[in-house]
Design a protein around this ligand. Structure first.
Ligand code: AMP
Ligand code: TRP
Length: 326
């Protein structure tokens, strides 16, 4: 069975972009893959965090994994900092990465742009991500499009180590959704939906109230020609709404275009409100049930134990191949 690994940062509002780009794949893959899903808290501290809030967000994301349908009987769910191998392998891979390739990462450029002082962790963050993946001999990494460059770096590092030392790592592949891999901001369809945007109506968080969902969709930026048609270049706003509608309803974009021929944006948006609200309601309900349960902590502890078992084996191989230790 092929092994799958992915992670999400515990930083606040998990939104529809995270869900459609990454999380939805987690559930599909667990049926016929050996899946490991991580809450990457060591990644979150590349920027300053409030410790109390960070702890809450870790449990929020863990509960959301379960609420969307990740099944701890089928998949390992755990918190990154509970398995020491991530930080250890992260260091070892830092010694194999070049600063040039890290400075070239577009996400680093975007996050450091205009800042006077930039944390070293922000630069080496993709190396820690590579460590997360390589630690588990991962075959497949389901993520959104924005992680493509990081997956490429992971592959480069794995191949570099395999060439320089003995065969050490499995070289993984990214897995991207056809639709949903890049959900755009509702208020500005030229930038991706993000956790950190100031305008709360730019995103729909998985735990949003129905009234907030309605407001965000009804306010979403479209265009002035009034035709419901998928055209990324000329109609990015409408195309983004069509993608969301299509993935959540299971209807194809072509079917939706036919269904809404001759109808206006108002009708289309009203129906989309219903589709989104109905898709998110059971997630919210399950989240409330599990978020403060003992079961959640038990699942994470059991997950960390199982993940650590795999990680320890890889680390032994890595130390041996690098000549570390006695
Ligand atoms: P993050 O919130 O950065 O930890 O991202 C968690 C996962 O969601 C990653 O796999 C991202 O690639 C994915 N993701 C984040 N934003 C979007 C978006 N706007 N559209 C699609 N996928 C996204
Ligand atoms: N960098 C990813 C993001 O910001 C999160 C992440 C960390 C990840 N480690 C990972 C994703 C390993 C997949 C595999 O979205």
């Amino acid at each position: 069975m092929k092994r799958v690994f992915s992670g999400v940062q515990p930083t606040g509002n998990i939104h529809l972009g995270n869900y459609l780009g990454a999380l939805k794949q987690f559930v599909e893959l667990q049926e016929d893959h050996e899946c490991i899903y991580c809450i990457v808290d060591e990644h979150a501290i590349t920027v300053p965090q409030n410790p109390k809030e960070l702890k809450e967000h870790i449990l929020d994301v863990a509960a959301l994994y379960l609420a969307i349908g990740v099944d701890p009987k089928k998949a390992i769910v755990f918190v990154q900092s509970q398995v020491a191998g991530h930080a250890e392998l992260g260091w070892i891979l830092n010694c194999c990465a070049n600063t040039g390739e890290l400075f070239r990462m577009t996400q680093f450029k975007a996050k450091s742009n205009g800042k006077e002082s930039v944390g070293a962790g922000l630069l080496t963050y993709p190396v820690l991500m590579a460590a997360d993946i390589l630690l588990y001999d991962t075959d497949i990494v389901p993520v959104g499009n924005d992680q493509k460059q990081h997956i490429e770096l992971t592959r480069d590092l794995a191949i570099r180590v395999n060439n320089r030392y003995k065969d050490t790592f499995v070289v993984p592949d990214g897995r991207f959704m056809k639709a949903g891999a890049r959900i755009m901001a509702l208020d500005d369809p030229t930038s991706k939906m993000s956790k950190s945007a100031e305008n709360i109506h730019s995103r729909i968080s998985l735990l949003d109230e129905p009234s907030k969902i309605k407001k965000s969709i009804m306010k979403a930026t479209t265009d002035s020609d009034g035709i419901i048609k998928y055209d990324l270049e000329n109609k990015p706003g409408v195309s983004n709404l069509l993608s969301i509608y299509s993935v959540l309803s299971g209807k194809t974009i072509e079917d939706l275009e036919k269904e809404y021929e001759g109808k206006g944006y108002g009708d289309f948006k009203k129906d989309l409100v219903v589709v989104v609200t109905e898709a998110l309601a059971p997630i919210k309900e399950r989240f409330e049930e599990i978020r403060h349960s003992k079961e959640l902590i038990e699942i994470l502890e059991d997950g960390a134990r199982r993940a650590d078992e795999i990680a320890k084996k890889t680390m032994k191989r890595v130390r041996d191949n690098f000549g570390l230790g006695i």
